[in-house]
Design a protein around this ligand. Sequence first.
Ligand code: HAM
Length: 440
Amino acid sequence: MIKAIRGMRDILPPDTARWQWVESVAREVFDLYGYKEIRLPLLERTELFARSIGADTDIVAKEMYTFPDRKGDSLTLRPEATASVLRAVLENRLDKGAGVKKFYTLGPMFRYERPQKGRFRQFYQINCEAYGVETPELDVEVILLLMHILKRLLPGELRLLVNSLGCPGCQVKFKAAMGLFLINREGLCEDCQRRRTTNPLRVLDCKSAHCQGILQKAPVIRDYLCPDCAVHFTRVLELLDRFNVAYEVQPKLVRGLDYYTRTAFEVAAGGLGAQDAVAGGGRYNGLARELGGPDLPAIGFAIGQDRLLEVLPQDFGQENRTRVFVAALGEPARERAFTVVQELRRKNLAAEMDFEGRSLKAQMSLADRLNAAYVVILGDKELAAGQAQVRPMRNFASQAGDAVNQAAMQGQRLEVEQEKVRFEDLADYLSKKIGSKEMS
Ligand code: HAM
């Protein structure tokens, strides 16, 4: 048997209903804040990611799915969406015109990481990117939007961690200080030994406990912010206070990608174990220029959808559409049932039937398994009378109906709270019944 690739999994029903629900909530909130959807290719030129994420990051150095195409061009399965969204925005001149340009995109990303709880090689992100404005108000609006989506979905505790990475000027000074601090430190991991000269800021993002121990006394970037960056960060924090958003300033938060400038943030959710970052983002004012475009201030975030789904309570977003099951006895009734099912669906009622000639008892348990609210019963007698029997099912019925259904399931005589309904009235009758129950 051929199996799925390690770190890549199938997302199956009934889980898919929860995934769709999360996506619909995110879309609804994006719409509230004026964001428009953008859909992008999964493959890009390798150079796009190497230039934006940074050659010395784990993502680019170790985790990209990169291969030559048939012409020998180097292509990469996108490890994230920010670079792709910006490429699309610049290529299609979506940055032109007044105001903030706001886009969101949903879909799979690919990183060759070691799979573990909450970490996959194909994973899904809900991405948000805003362009064109440098003011701290936009930083805060984007964080409010992120928290709005997460709070609609997760009742549990969320920790918002924030930091400022300054502008390139601040980063040059801070990297020099870090380089000095790291110069004679013993026992740094192999990556950090290299990075202390190539990109000392990256060392802060190291996962090794030993390196983190050494970093306890490392300089903090906030002390190296220029006056403009310091004012920007203070204003972001003030505005978060004004909106009563709880946050923790985390001086070592640098994120795993090199393009960030000024505000950077992550959200951690309880219940996720080691991989507890459910979302991350920040400003990246220099990236458009880096990719050959104009100066274009930018900020965004990505929610890790797999992790979000892991902490989403089981009963959230489960399919709750009310279904009708049409049970038929005998060939002529089955013929008629096929038409009835189609007629009900045309009237927007979710309907099912049995195609395999099961007994009435077996059809009733199938209806039960499908969580049907009503069963429409058709036999020779019903065909002759032009009327079907309609019976409420367990989950939907009154106490009395429950007892009746129990009896039916056990093959006892049906003393039913069931009604006779003319074929032509079935859709209206069921719509009313289901509609009134769903409202209550
Ligand atoms: P990131 O922190 O690399 O940022 O990823 C964002 C989120 O994606 C993480 O917080 C995590 O929830 C999820 N994630 C990352 N890797 C995996 C994985 N292997 N398995 C499962 N989930 C994962 C970015 O990607 C930036 N592009 C975010 C951004 C948007 N910054 C500005 N705009």
